[in-house]
Design a protein around this ligand. Structure first.
Ligand code: FES
Ligand code: FES
Length: 164
């Protein structure tokens, strides 16, 4: 820690890019991503760990960006919604949410997209129960969830991971 500024210099690898930032010990990761790294795709809703809008992956595990401290991410890899697109094009996950109306206002969507990516990357066989179990950590105030489940199911089918 720099005693003069009361800040910590940390290095984070977000979506494969290196960011060197100076943060207070109390600064959470979502604020750091948005305010210090200009990646505003990660949203902040409740800011106390309930809604999941701020979900990002740290070393390939989903975390609440509003509870996880930036200093905890020092030297680690972070993946945000900006990292889901492929070469500037929508990924199959994003396309499926678009086609199945898996979003309305879109406020919760970054968290759902990141969780869906994690789900698809980590489960070989995906059932409707798996989707409900994993995505139940996040809240959507608009869609009623059915179209989100349909969106995830379509990608799982396309990738050969769907299991009845
Ligand atoms: S903003 Fe982090 S859980 Fe709601
Ligand atoms: S699409 Fe509006 S909160 Fe989910």
């Amino acid at each position: 820690m720099n005693k003069e500024t009361n800040r910590h210099d940390i290095e984070i690898f977000i979506n494969k890019e290196k960011y060197n930032v100076s943060v207070r010990a109390s600064t959470h990761l979502a604020d750091t991503i948005r305010d210090h790294c200009s990646l505003t795709g990660t949203h902040l809703g409740c800011e106390h760990g309930v809604c999941g809008a701020c979900t990002v992956l740290v070393d390939n595990s989903p975390v609440r960006g509003c509870l996880y401290l930036a200093v905890q991410a020092d030297g680690k890899t972070v993946e945000t919604v900006e990292g889901i697109a492929e070469n500037g094009e929508l990924s199959d996950i994003q396309k499926s949410f678009w086609e199945n109306h898996g979003l309305q206002c879109g406020f919760c969507t970054p968290g759902f997209l990141i969780l869906t990516k994690w789900l698809l990357d980590n489960f070989n066989k995906i059932t409707e129960e798996t989707i409900k179990d994993v995505l139940s950590s996040n809240i959507c105030r608009c869609t009623g969830y059915q179209n989100i489940i349909k969106s995830v199911k379509q990608v799982a089918e396309e990738r050969g991971q769907w299991s009845e």
